[in-house]
Write a protein that binds this ligand. Structure first.
Ligand code: HEC
Length: 133
């Protein structure tokens, strides 16, 4: 019985972990689109845009030292958080989802690219470290 449970565990680990890893790598390959404006990882400077360490789960407009647009500050004050749903809408069409945002980025058209980008962003904690995959 234990042996079957062990095999099942390894099987489930393989089917769930591998796509996540691939998705994170796909997101990493897309990050150069964001990099002129956003830092992520060990050197979290704010560029034109705020750094993105730990952004998944962070309140919208949540960095105290960055000067956000009114639209993002209002969303943050209302208690909205960057979860998968809000990020997906924002990355698809920033100006449509948050009119008045200062993020001058056209948006990502391919849904799988957006999913991969969120997976990539999620792989960094607030200190910019990546969880072991
Ligand atoms: C041309 C510069 C530019 C590019 C390219 C860009 N951004 Fe932004 N981003 C900004 C600016 C400026 C803001 C602040 C927006 C505001 O205050 O309305 C922002 C805000 C954000 C936020 C909200 C952060 C917070 O603390 O609330 C996220 C998430 C984000 N960008 C993700 C991305 C991702 C992912 C990409 C690449 C797919 C990207 N951005 C591309 C400039 C950019």
């Amino acid at each position: 019985m234990q042996r079957i449970a062990g095999i099942l565990f390894v099987f489930l680990w393989a089917v769930t972990a591998v796509p996540a890893q691939e998705s994170v790598e796909r997101g990493a390959a897309l990050f150069p689109r964001c990099e002129p404006c956003h830092a992520i990882g060990p050197d979290p400077v704010d560029r034109i845009g705020p750094h993105l360490n730990g952004v998944v789960g962070r309140p919208i407009a949540g960095l105290p030292d960055y000067s956000y647009s009114r639209t993002l500050r209002t969303a943050g004050d209302a208690g909205l958080v960057w979860d998968r749903a809000t990020l997906t809408r924002y990355l698809k069409n920033p100006r449509h989802s948050f009119p008045g945002t200062s993020m001058a980025f056209a948006g990502m058209r391919v849904r799988a690219d957006i999913d991969a980008m969120v997976d990539y962003l999620e792989s960094f904690d607030t200190d910019g470290a990546t969880a072991p995959q």
